[in-house]
Design a binder for this molecule. Structure first.
Ligand code: ZN
Length: 300
């Protein structure tokens, strides 16, 4: 791997894909900047919950960055009861990210300094859904919302549902000039296979253990330091490997599918009687998009 890779826009708001061929490892690195601020600006969440949503968006970009086919979508949805956060949703489609959460302000006041998943969500689960329009396939994995962080729950998802040894690091930092969030995902594809059914999984494969330890040595400050480009981070971590191949880089944007046309189509699926109940005196139905907190007046 060369030491002189040119940074692209300081590495903000893009996903970088890479492989370490000798170790059958693939990875993604993401760093969010302005896109994150744009998504968070649509909501008025307390800092702790902004942090939570930011971490979810990093995970969404990391995992979305693994999708290969056009139009594929990845959705992360956390649903819970008895905690501060009742719902968290974010999705990724072709570089477009969006997300929101719903929380109970009264319970939030009792939260204190705890940020583990149990305190934030109570009891709940995390569902990861892949939509692959090309084949019409949709598959979903579900894991309990347990552990220190969403990243830890996501590692569980990979271990249990996909049976792919995976290491994830994520960090978020809010600053006076905006937020920065960073994430690294590395995973071991035994024998270089991709998407094949696995007969057995070794979580302690020697080639994987080595990479997992290196990835784990990445510090939170490095993840969110915009002065350190993703390429520099990969070099720091893996410069002793014979080869680290940068496979692709994908720009990220804040994107939402809400529009008057979209909501007209959604409303058209309701029976006429129901639509009449939703109308105001001028025959207008107000629909709001939870992702961007915008209201759309739809003339029925
Ligand atoms: Zn929207």
């Amino acid at each position: 791997m060369t030491e002189h890779m040119e940074p692209i826009q300081g590495g903000l708001d893009r996903v970088l894909g890479f492989t370490i061929p000798d170790r059958n490892v693939r990875g993604r690195f993401v760093r969010l900047g302005p896109v994150l601020d744009e998504i968070l600006a649509a909501h008025e969440y307390p800092p702790v919950l902004k942090q939570l949503l930011a971490e979810a968006l990093v995970l969404c970009a990391l995992m979305g960055g693994l999708l290969k086919r056009e139009g594929s979508q990845l959705t992360i949805q956390a649903q819970a009861q008895g905690g501060v956060v009742e719902l968290l949703v974010c999705d990724y489609r072709e570089g477009e990210l969006r997300g929101y959460l719903k929380h109970d302000p009264e319970r939030f006041d009792e939260l204190g300094a705890a940020t583990d998943l149990q305190s934030l969500f109570g009891a709940g689960h995390l569902a990861i859904t892949f939509d692959l329009p090309e084949t019409g396939e949709r598959y979903q994995g579900v894991v309990p919302l347990e552990g220190e962080s969403l990243s830890a729950a996501m590692e569980e998802y990979f271990a249990r549902s996909e049976q792919v040894p995976t290491r994830i690091r994520a960090a978020v930092q809010a600053g006076p000039n905006g937020s920065v969030a960073g994430g690294l995902l590395v995973q071991h594809l035994a024998d270089g296979e991709e998407g094949r059914e696995r007969l057995h999984v070794r979580m302690d494969h020697p080639e994987w253990e080595h990479v997992s330890i290196l990835a784990g040595s990445l510090r939170a400050e490095e993840l969110v330091d915009p002065e350190l480009t993703p390429e520099e981070i990969l070099w720091r971590l893996f410069h002793e490997e014979r080869e680290v191949r940068i496979s692709e880089t994908m720009p990220l944007t804040r994107g939402c599918r809400c529009s008057v046309v979209h909501f007209e189509e959604v409303l058209a699926r309701f029976p006429k009687e129901d639509r009449r109940d939703m109308q105001d005196e001028n025959g207008i139905i107000l629909v709001d998009c939870a992702f961007c907190s915008r209201e759309f007046p739809i003339q029925d």
